[in-house]
Design a protein around this ligand. Structure first.
Ligand code: HEM
Length: 459
């Protein structure tokens, strides 16, 4: 635990967590004014150079505009072919290794004794605050914390959730305009993921938009992922989130203490587990783990919902195949997740010198596992850039990672997407994307901020 986190844990006994986080902002801004912290980079979009014009050592895949400018495929293809374990020396995020082939990514992800997920899984660092989250912890602490929360997505819980999810999907789809174009991202993808998160957390339904707002701000920091500037908002969002969840926590605890039966939402599960029942007293761990589930369940599922519509628009023969055979939906869901790969990478730090594909990665080096590239590896996926809904090995994708950190919400995400497509096919014959979607600025989230579509109802 960092000194800052320890100090906050001690302070939590007397100072509310949200006040501490606001205090951190003041400290952080003061340190910045005194020149004691680095000023975060500001990314201004300019034309991304054609990768064929660059020397290998000048290729920088941390550029947060690569996907937006349609260059990501070409950059990673070149690295996979010419230098699959590639070192970038001089980037806004410092030097890092890029691991771009499917096999090598699995190797790194699997060997947590060689590559550490601590202290953070994003390319850069978040200054002034280091939330503690188990995605960025190594075993054994990782395993303890994961075990405490994974009941929320256990098969029994998912079965109970299925009916509720279907009801909510139907309600959203039945209220879409049929005669005029609208934004699929806000009206469907965001709306559905927010409803889902509110259910998982048992968060007040009428205030569910908070969850997405916090998640968007926390995940898009420029120094960590090349997102747009939002420094002050980060601390405000973190403080608001901790305050809202602490209130929910204490309310639930009071109900449990009064003898109410425990429910299956995430906070109740944390409260009922001996390893996590005092988590609220460590604000950074509390913020980290709740934030992890919100961010984990937000950007990812949301962008797979939009990505599926976009992919079927780009490959209309696949939409026709789907309409002719609805039993392809489960395989298509895996293929959509492969094609979209909503989180481009996870980061590791080498714990020791490691030889990989002819390169020596030194102890302490930063290593980026590019899932987005592994999922386009032609040695594993034929015509990898195409969406092929009956692709035989679609489930071999690595968009959920591999090894001890493999996505905890994968079954939930697949279920949400399966239900969405089952319900779409009951209602619509076509979803036409009427203009090119807007792509988010990030080197981590591969997502859409706006996608205008027009629906054709089933005749
Ligand atoms: C971890 C992707 C949906 C919660 C991860 C990782 C990836 C990922 C790449 C890291 C894997 C690694 O380091 O090896 C995705 C994708 C999703 C999705 C592509 C949807 C299409 C969800 C949902 C939730 C969730 C719906 C929660 C409700 C988590 C958690 C972890 C995680 C808690 C940390 C697991 C650990 O460290 O042990 N996810 N995710 N994810 N995801 Fe997901």
């Amino acid at each position: 635990m960092s000194i800052q986190a320890k100090a906050m844990q001690v302070a939590a006994k007397v100072v509310p967590a949200d006040v501490q986080i606001k205090g951190l902002r003041v400290l952080h801004n003061t340190k910045r004014k005194l020149g004691l912290t680095k000023t975060p980079p500001v990314f201004v979009e300019s034309l991304v150079p054609d990768v064929s014009t660059l020397a290998l050592e000048n290729i920088d895949v941390s550029n947060p505009f690569l996907v937006r400018q349609g260059q990501s495929e070409a950059y990673f293809k070149r690295l996979r072919q010419e230098c699959p374990v590639h070192y970038a020396k001089d980037t806004p995020f410092g030097p890092f290794w890029s691991i771009t082939r499917h096999e090598d990514i699995k190797f790194v992800d699997k060997h947590h004794e060689l590559f550490s997920a601590e202290p953070l899984i994003l390319m850069g660092d978040i200054q002034g605050a280091q939330p503690e989250l188990f995605i960025a912890m190594d075993p054994p602490k990782h395993d303890e914390q994961r075990m405490a929360v994974q009941g929320v997505v256990a098969p029994k819980n998912l079965l109970e959730l299925e009916g509720l999810i279907r009801e909510r999907v139907a309600e959203v789809l039945d209220n879409l305009p049929l005669d005029t174009p609208f934004d699929w991202v806000s009206k469907v993808s965001i709306e559905l993921t927010t409803r889902m998160l509110a259910t998982l957390f048992d968060y007040p339904y009428e205030r569910r938009a908070d969850l997405v707002r916090w998640s968007d701000i926390i995940a898009a920091s420029p120094e960590a992922t090349g997102g747009p500037s939002n420094d002050d908002n980060f601390f405000q969002a973190a403080a608001d989130m901790v305050k809202a969840f602490s209130t929910l926590w204490w309310e639930k605890k009071a109900r449990l203490d009064a003898g109410a039966a425990p429910s299956f939402d995430l906070i109740s599960l944390l409260l009922s587990n001996k390893d996590t029942k005092d988590m609220v007293k460590n604000p950074m761990e509390f913020l980290g783990n709740l934030g992890l589930l919100i961010i984990g369940g937000n950007d990812t599922t949301r962008n797979s919902m939009s990505g599926g519509v976009y992919a079927l628009h780009k490959f209309p023969e696949q939409f026709a195949k789907l309409k002719a055979n609805h039993s392809l939906i489960p395989n298509m869901v895996s293929e959509i997740i492969r094609w979209q790969t909503p989180l481009a990478y996870m980061r590791r730090i080498a714990k020791t010198d490691v030889e990989l594909n002819g390169q020596t990665i030194r102890k302490g080096d930063k290593v980026i596992m590019w899932y987005s590239s592994g999922n386009r590896d032609e040695d594993v996926f034929e015509d990898a850039h195409k969406l092929i809904i009956d692709r035989k090995n679609a489930r071999n994708h690595i968009a959920f990672g591999f090894g001890v950190h493999r996505c905890m919400g994968n079954r939930l995400a697949e279920m949400q997407l399966r239900i969405l497509w089952e319900e779409i096919l009951q209602r619509f014959d076509n979803i036409e994307v009427v203009e090119e979607p807007e792509i988010v600025q990030s080197n981590w989230v591969r997502g859409y901020s706006k996608m205008m579509v027009k629906l054709t109802p089933v005749s």
